[in-house]
Design a protein around this ligand. Structure first.
Ligand SMILES: [Zn+2]
Length: 240
């Protein structure tokens, strides 16, 4: 493609445009990556909060169960003490037998309930310890998340400044482009791997594909009359 005698100067513009485009992609990627990191931390904290909520509910239900058992225990102890008062009123062996059976049953109940209450107290104590640790963990995660959030805000502000500067340079660059060249650049940008359209020549090799350029190609590039593509990767060769 013939773009006049200043072909390398034009390519310098294209090369700069390409650098800007790549930088924009990179900056956007950096913002996305750090946002994803922040989201991950937020999800972790949400998971932890859900866990502590369910553990608090477990604790409440254990406390309720303990209260019920204590009530039941008091009822049984009351019955035993009331029965003892009636001890002397027993008139025959049948009544004595019934009394003994009742008392044995009540004493077994008291023993069983005491065991259960003890078991519940231990479970409550264990869960309370877990909850204490969990609360401390949530607090430290929350502080960590706050720090990450403010770092993220700072980073985004900084990157947005970079993006604005690059975008305005890009707009200016594009306005000084020959229109057909810009269209071609944008088309090739999509078809070329990594969006590289222009390749800077570095010590006689193509900067994009690293192949050594034949002397004839170098001569053509130096003649500066038209855009010369790399024979291997088809990118526009640019000699600084
Ligand atoms: Zn190449």
């Amino acid at each position: 493609m013939d773009v006049g005698p200043s072909v390398q100067e034009t390519l310098a513009l294209v090369y700069r445009l390409q650098t800007i485009d790549n930088e924009l992609v990179q900056i956007t990627g950096e913002i996305e990556t750090s946002r994803a990191g922040l989201r991950e931390k937020e999800e972790e904290l949400a998971g932890l909060s859900a866990r502590i909520d369910s553990e608090r509910k477990d604790l409440q239900s254990l406390a309720r169960e303990k209260k019920d058992k204590e009530e039941e225990l008091r009822t049984n102890e009351h019955i035993i003490s009331e029965n003892k008062k009636k001890n002397k009123e027993l008139r025959n062996s049948r009544e004595i037998q019934a009394y003994m059976a009742e008392m044995e049953f009540r004493r077994d109940e008291v023993e069983r309930l005491q065991d259960e209450i003890l078991r519940l107290m231990e479970a409550i104590e264990t869960l309370e310890r877990i909850l204490d640790g969990r609360t401390a963990e949530i607090e430290s995660r929350r502080q960590e998340l706050d720090a990450v959030r403010s770092a993220q805000a700072g980073l985004e502000k900084e990157k947005e400044g970079d993006i604005t500067a690059l975008e305005s340079e890009k707009t200016q660059l594009m306005s000084s482009f020959p229109e057909n060249l810009l269209a071609q650049y944008q088309r090739l940008k999509i078809s070329h791997k990594n969006g590289l359209v222009v390749s800077r020549i570095q010590e006689g090799t193509c900067g994009a594909c690293r192949m050594v350029l034949p002397p004839r190609t170098m001569t053509e590039v130096k003649r500066r009359q038209k855009i010369i593509p790399c024979l291997h990767c088809q990118r526009w060769l640019y000699l600084e």
